[in-house]
Design a protein around this ligand. Structure first.
Ligand SMILES: [Ca+2]
Ligand SMILES: [Ca+2]
Length: 302
């Protein structure tokens, strides 16, 4: 089977991968999901595949062609895994494995700054049809020089979906922050916490928020839109009955709010944006039909 290893740190990844997957024959449905530990890396930080999930939901084994590659800021992508084009690579029926976490490499000065990609694709080896792909972009570069918020009120909670109806809470919960200050801030290392909850959200990457801009934080990568930050289903939960939320940066409480009980399927929003009292969103369907305005100005509510 053709395997190209373009970078030393990937060698153990290929070994981990190849020793886990069985071989056999017949196309149905296959999936590969990759989640990296961060979306932006600076020198000294380690790129880790937190989740590398392979799944086959068919009732019989599934022959697939699998491609896994590393995209670079310059030049052609580097193929890491490229196998099964001849139909010899088969996922067992009902396979659902997570090979992560897999540490890949630590960024040093030799890495060119720019946009990278670590992605996988499953194809039907007979027809060439795309079965599934997961494209993961990330950047390597200098850490942002923008400051963190340092005074209360500079960045505030602006909208909260505590009780989604179109999706389960573990997929559809999200919240929105807004910059009420006078400059761009970097939210890296700030913490979003709920009173009484063990799980907080530590923002682990550069995440800039410009003046009067919004940033969204969600419990999944697909809460009905693409969030700016995915803190994971096992992370912070937003009780439907209401809760205290706190944004803390460098030990300073930047904002603290108590949101009220949430109507199923409707976000809680502040109108006017950033300063008004909490009310229930009435218009502005997103995703599969829940009501709210993730990443944008709040619309109306009561
Ligand atoms: Ca909830
Ligand atoms: Ca909004």
């Amino acid at each position: 089977m053709p395997i190209t290893i373009g970078h030393k740190p990937f060698k153990h990844l290929c070994r981990a991968f190849l020793c886990t997957v069985a071989l056999a024959a017949s196309p149905v449905y296959a999936e590969c999901d990759i989640q990296l530990n961060q979306s932006a890396f600076t020198e000294g930080e380690t790129v880790v595949i937190d989740v590398f999930r392979l799944a086959s939901t068919g009732s019989s084994e599934t022959a697939v062609e699998m491609k896994f590659w590393f995209g670079l800021p310059v030049g052609s992508p580097v193929s890491i895994i490229n196998l099964g084009g001849d139909g010899s690579f088969v996922l067992p029926a009902g396979l659902d494995v997570d090979l992560g976490p897999i540490p890949l490499f630590t960024v040093d000065a030799s890495f060119p700054e720019g946009d990278y990609e670590l992605s996988c694709r499953m194809l039907d080896p007979v027809t060439g049809a795309l079965l599934h792909e997961d494209i993961n972009s990330f950047t390597i570069g200098q850490q942002s020089q923008e400051p963190a918020p340092s005074n209360p009120g500079e960045v505030v909670f602006n909208e909260i979906m505590a009780n989604p109806e179109a999706l389960p809470d573990a997929e559809g919960e999200w919240l929105e922050l807004m910059n009420q200050g006078s400059e761009t801030y970097n939210l890296r290392d700030c913490v979003i916490g709920t009173a009484g909850s063990a799980a907080n959200v530590l923002i682990g990457t550069d995440l800039l928020i410009g003046v009067a801009e919004y940033r969204t934080f969600a419990r999944s990568a697909a809460p009905g839109f693409t969030p700016d930050y995915d803190y994971g289903a096992s992370g912070m939960t937003l009780p439907n009955s209401g809760q205290t939320l706190t944004l803390t940066c460098n030990g300073v409480v930047i904002d603290q709010v108590v949101y009220p009980a949430a109507t199923p399927g409707n976000s809680l929003a502040r109108i006017p944006d950033g300063t008004g009292p909490w009310c229930t969103s009435l218009t502005g369907a997103y995703g599969s039909g829940d009501i709210g305005s993730p990443g944008a100005a709040n619309i109306d509510c009561q």
